[in-house]
Design a protein. Structure first.
Length: 194
């Protein structure tokens, strides 16, 4: 290798190695250390852990509930099993898509069989952009109160009080919408919320 070529390649190799260490090792290690020190719950997936030490899920990823005694979340676009975080993403079906119209129609029919002919809240039949949303609107929770109360032999007012306790206001009072975390609400119904 000629001296001139070595003079050009050597600085490029040093810069590549330095930047690889800085951006591929040092920076991720620093960010991870700060996250673990300042926000350990969030950095570890916002897991809900029961008193017995068993993790039951994340407050950030929805879970499928189909039992009538539980509140049901939004449909998931993340794979056939639903709520698979490795398959996060929307369905990419447009408003004129026959597959979307058919899926929403089937969801509306299923919900109306369980709840009667009342208008179905839109978030119970549509997926979120990620396909993993763990929240429903307060209207979607209220829509399900009568079914959950009947399945648990509770009165509607007690179930509504639980929904109210788990209704989160928009961030700073105006960013986003009010929402209810389905997993937290269902754990509270079972008396398991930590």
């Amino acid at each position: 290798m000629s001296h001139a070529l070595r003079r050009i390649l050597w600085p490029a190799i040093v810069i590549l190695a330095t930047m690889t260490l800085l951006t591929g090792v040092a920076y991720p290690a620093l960010v991870t250390a700060v996250a673990q020190a300042v926000f350990p719950h969030q950095a570890n997936g916002s897991m809900l852990v029961l008193a017995d030490g068993r993790a039951v899920g994340s407050t950030l990823i929805g879970q499928p509930f189909s039992d009538p005694s539980y509140f049901w979340g939004r449909p998931s676009a993340a794979g056939a099993g639903g709520y698979d975080a490795s398959a996060s993403g929307g369905s990419n079906l447009g408003p004129t898509s026959a597959a979307l119209i058919e899926r929403i129609g089937a969801e509306v029919d299923r919900l109306q069989q369980a709840h009667g002919d009342a208008a179905v809240p839109v978030d119970l039949v549509t997926t979120s952009a990620s396909g993993l949303d763990p929240h429903i609107s307060p209207a979607a929770a209220d829509y399900q109160v009568r079914r959950v109360a009947a399945a648990r032999a509770m009165n509607d007012a007690d179930v509504r009080a639980l929904v109210s306790r788990h209704t989160q206001a928009p961030l700073l009072g105006f960013l986003g919408q009010a929402r209810v975390n389905v997993l937290e609400l269902n754990l509270d119904l079972d008396g398991l919320l930590p």
